[in-house]
Design a protein around this ligand. Structure first.
Ligand code: B12
Ligand code: SF4
Length: 653
């Protein structure tokens, strides 16, 4: 047996995630391992699987399923509430007669992508694909940023139901792939986003079914967060789906693990000493965890995208992600989990500028990409300026986008330099327009500084995006209004913005010291075994919610705003391309809305039951159910919401 594993080691990126560019983690791991003589193969099932969903044969199978189910339900004399919920979705899905493959083709077409009407039709059509899937796979819902149940969070009950029932939309695709694969020795699954949870666990089980001897490992920020916050019992159960979990950064873990597996030396005692690796002792069932390890970025290698078909992504041009820094140099904001993170993972680190410039040049030459997204928490201001100088000096002709903090260093002159180096869009965590709230957040910026620095970027020709949110604990209504007023006043210099709502992030300063922020209690729902969605209780502040909503709508109406991954959302590939093509104000005017024509399919089936009535009943039930299901138990215990509770509530209504 050779000491370095060959293509026997696969790194897989599961659906559902952004289909417009390849995510950076697995190419980063591949590049690092390759430099050390360890070969791996990266597969992006997120994008490969999308082609499977769009395949006319898949669609024909789904249409048949929808028709059969519709006829079955339509024959009944009455429907239960749950059946009504499904019936409505199935009926609506049957009415969506589109050529989804053609819609995806528009996204890859260098002319039609930039025609706003064609673009929006294609975007709407792809959203309809997910509505159609909502009928086929009821009660599950999917999107490029979501994969969830109607209402319950993913717990093991729900996951097992999903897996045992072969309910994944990709089931056929996975089986095709695994059926043709030489048994791999190792498969690493990257669980980065919450929206990848069901497919990751599904794949874990399926891999074991096809390749019982294969070592399956999970890694990535989402599974890291789960293992850090969930109970030991929950963590223990993860090993029913995988042999090990890689916490934090995976470079060293795989550098040590893969040669051991290749040499057939995978005994638990050896594996348990591998950095960042967590596994279950096969004899005692206790959890074993290797020492924590963080990458010195000088030892990193550029991401290796060679295994990926870059023109398969839903965009007319190539854009690559590159992470020149890791962590945040500020690390203090109250609501952000990096600020209070006990691990070294979010320690701020930088790839030396000369190395980063050489990496960008190599990526440009090898993969023919001139567009980059610097994918990291933030660049320190001195680093951003030096990187710009390095790019200019090296004569690199690239365009890029990234996140920066508002800092006094970004003078008009420095912003011009950044523009000259190719920076075209920047996203700022502005958070609030009220100085008291910025102080409460430990944000280290003031509204005066925000205005001045944003102005400098905008004037230099760089499109600026503001990320803000309302309802930080302790925020009053007048303070929320100040945020909207600030965006309003500065809007001639703001090219994109978002006004979100506060979400309590596990591991943040607020989550760790809730009493300091006026939070009475933090609890989870019973189904949130992964502890991803903390709920909290605090005294509510009084205010005119409708007036605030109206001012946000009025402000939003002046822009073209959208959600991930579309043009109009912040830091997306599509927005970047539109800003490059149409300039900084590409989204700062409302676009004329485009409605896709409703085409009734031939031989449309006639629903016997009223869909409007089914919707009314569902909404009424959900409202009353959720009001109760989200109430914490006695003494701040979990709220009852979970898959089993939901099914019971339906039965007993
Ligand atoms: C840049 C960034 C973005 C960019 C680009 C995202 C993209 N799709 O390409 C933008 C701004 C668009 C974005 C959007 C979103 N993001 Co974001 N993003 C980040 C950020 C700041 C950096 C990511 C990065 O490039 N890291 C550098 C790479 C090299 O590190 P890595 O991915 O962690 O990989 C390493 C390890 O995790 C590990 N590893 C990874 N996979 C595997 C596999 C194995 C087997 C092993 C052993 C190890 C391993 O090794 C890798 C190398 O060291 C992270 C925060 C962070 N610091 O990680 C959040 C983060 C990834 N985003 C997050 C979220 C929530 C989102 C959104 C869902 C936000 C929203 N509300 O819509 C969207 C989703 C977009 C989508 N559907 O794809 C979460 C994900 C976790 C979660 N709870 O879901 C993070 C972790 C932030 C957080 N703490 O909440 N994001
Ligand atoms: S919100 Fe941004 S600046 Fe603040 S600690 Fe988090 S990453 Fe750093």
């Amino acid at each position: 047996m050779s000491s370095t594993p060959g293509s026997a080691s696969l790194l897989l990126f599961p659906p559902f995630a952004d289909p417009t560019w390849p995510y950076v983690a697995l190419p980063t791991l591949k590049g690092y391992l390759r430099q050390r003589g360890i070969e791996t193969v990266v597969r992006d099932f997120n994008i490969e699987g999308l082609d499977f969903l769009l395949d006319p044969e898949t669609m024909a199978g789904w249409r048949q399923r929808l028709t059969d189910r519709f006829q079955q339900l339509n024959r009944r004399s009455r429907l239960t509430l749950y059946e009504q919920m499904e019936y409505r979705r199935v009926s609506e899905a049957l009415a969506l007669d589109r050529d989804f493959g053609q819609c995806a083709a528009v996204m890859r077409d260098p002319q039609r992508f930039y025609q706003k009407k064609a673009y929006q039709r294609s975007r709407n059509c792809l959203e309809e694909l997910f509505r159609l899937m909502g009928g086929v796979f009821f009660p599950f819902r999917f999107g490029f940023n979501q994969a969830n149940h109607l209402t319950a969070p993913w717990d093991f009950n729900l996951l097992d139901h999903y897996i045992a029932g072969r309910l994944s939309p990709f089931d056929g695709f996975y089986r095709q792939q695994f059926g043709n694969l030489t048994p791999p020795r190792f498969i690493g699954l990257s669980l980065t986003f919450v929206s990848q949870i069901p497919e990751t666990f599904y794949l874990g089980k399926l891999i074991k079914e096809y390749f019982p001897a294969c070592f399956v490992m999970l890694g990535g920020p989402c599974i890291d967060q789960i293992v850090r916050n969930a109970s030991p019992q929950t963590v223990g159960r993860i090993f029913d789906y995988a042999d090990a979990v890689g916490m934090q950064e995976g470079e060293k873990t795989l550098e040590e693990l893969l040669p051991l597996l290749a040499a057939g030396q995978a005994d638990p005692a050896k594996l348990a000493s591998i950095p960042n690796l967590v596994m279950k002792d096969p004899h005692t069932g206790t959890l074993l965890q290797g020492p924590a390890w963080t990458l010195d970025l000088q030892d990193g290698a550029p991401p290796d995208y060679a295994d990926l078909e870059l023109d398969r992504y839903l965009a007319p041009d190539r854009l690559l992600l590159y992470s020149p820094t890791r962590g945040c140099y500020w690390n203090k904001c109250s609501f952000c989990c990096y600020g209070f993170n006990q691990s070294g993972r979010h320690l701020y680190r930088e790839i030396p500028v000369q190395q980063a410039v050489a990496d960008l040049r190599a990526l440009q030459e090898e993969f023919g990409a001139a567009n980059f997204y610097l994918s990291c928490d933030v660049l320190a201001p001195a680093y951003a300026i030096n990187l710009a100088l390095g790019i200019i000096e090296a004569g690199l002709d690239i365009r890029w986008s990234t996140d920066l903090r508002i800092e006094a260093t970004y003078t008009p002159e420095n912003c011009r330099l950044l523009y000259q180096a190719g920076l075209r869009t920047v996203a700022f965590g502005i958070e609030s327009g009220a100085d008291r709230i910025l102080r409460l957040m430990n944000k280290g910026i003031t509204t005066e500084l925000i205005r001045r620095i944003n102005h400098n970027f905008h004037q230099a020709g760089i499109a600026t995006s503001w990320m803000t949110f309302l309802q930080h604990p302790g925020e009053t209504w007048p303070e929320a209004t100040e945020t909207i007023a600030l965006i309003n006043r500065e809007s001639p210099m703001i090219d994109q913005f978002i006004v979100g709502d506060f979400n309590l992030t596990p591991g943040s300063l607020i989550a760790c010291r809730p009493e300091q922020y006026g939070i009475d209690s933090i609890y989870h729902t019973a189904g949130d075994v992964f502890k991803l969605f903390p709920q909290y209780r605090m005294a509510e502040s009084e205010g005119d919610e409708d007036a605030l909503d109206e001012s946000i709508s009025a402000l939003s109406g002046r822009y073209h705003l959208d959600h991930y991954p579309w043009a109009g959302a912040i830091s997306t590939h599509h927005s970047f391309l539109y800003l490059l093509r149409y300039g900084q104000r590409a989204f700062a005017q409302g676009w004329r809305g485009v409605k896709n024509p409703v085409k009734k399919p031939k031989n449309a089936l006639q629903p016997k039951f009223s869909l409007a009535e089914a919707q009314r009943r569902e909404e009424a039930f959900m409202q009353s159910y959720l009001t109760k299901a989200l109430q914490p138990g006695k003494g701040g215990g979990p709220a009852p919401l979970c898959y089993a509770h939901f099914l019971q509530a339906l039965e007993h209504r």
